[in-house]
Design a protein around this ligand. Sequence first.
Ligand SMILES: [Zn+2]
Length: 366
Amino acid sequence: MSLDVASIRAAPKVLLHDHLDGGLRPRTVIELAAETGYRDLPSTDPDALQAWFFQGKPDSSLEQYLEAFAHTVGVMQTPDALERVAAECVEDLAADGVAYAEIRFAPELHLQKGMTHDEVVAAVLAGFRRGAEGRNITMGLLLSAIRQAESHAVEVAELAIRHRDEGVLGFDMAGPEAGYPPTRFLEAFQLIAHENFHITLHAGEAFGLPSIWEALQWCGAERLGHGVRIVDDITVQPDGHVTLGRLAAYVRDTRVPLEMCPTSNVHTGAVRSFGEHPIDLLRRLRFRVTVNTDNRLMSGISLTDEFAAMSRSFGIGLDDMEWLTLNAVKSAFLPFDGRIRIINEQIKPGFARLRAAAAAAELVTG
Ligand SMILES: [Zn+2]
């Protein structure tokens, strides 16, 4: 069964890797800039600003990519702004048919106007609660430490632990991998592990296998953000025979979830084109692959778009989409009971309905 966009949107979806500061509505960026006195936006017209955020991809420079985040983070410096962005994030995901999402952000980037770390986190959690009211979506928050700001990693880990009963589900580390191996931050990871809390790490996005190995074997990462370079440990012979190296075998054997973001990888130049993305090879080899958006604003995508691209490029159908979705919910940091509830009440019945509708349509047309 091939996938049409309406079915993909209607399907209950699960999103594990998405950045709060990468998913704002262009109009909101403009309104918040006006309210908070931020004067550096390249345009105050929503369409022009949207085009600017998307401009030149996939050839845009790293500088422009970083500048884009400077603007979104620049307007997210008050409790009201953070709460609004968080609430709209939930609204947009729910409208796209997302049943469960873990959204991440780096609290330390939001202290420019005097908020404390705790106020920053409280504002985002309040936004999630407001956005989820009356909508069939469950939200979790991950706190990211920034690799280049190593002095803050322990502080962010402690912050995550302090708010774990209010909706913070784990700890992440983002930022450039090259030159910043995760083992520089062992103290933060040990703190999380000693509290029996959760770790995911941006690892193996553009940088190679050592980053993935350190994340898993030294830092205790339960999931890999991207993890796409694990293909460097996989050999495909001309006759189709596949050999896994020790690390790739470990990742597959122990079912390490890969939070893959194919469009984002194309836009940052980590992978040349969607059709060449290793996600399809990894999926066919039955790694625990999940599909994610990373930065919806900068990439101009939704999770529905991402699955539509998977269907166009790799011919995935409803069964494949359900498998990818179950992979994601099984890998969520939400407590077990919550995961089972989402599987039984939303995912299984949702896909069963879509399968029945597709079968009925086939009877009519066939
Ligand atoms: Zn990311």
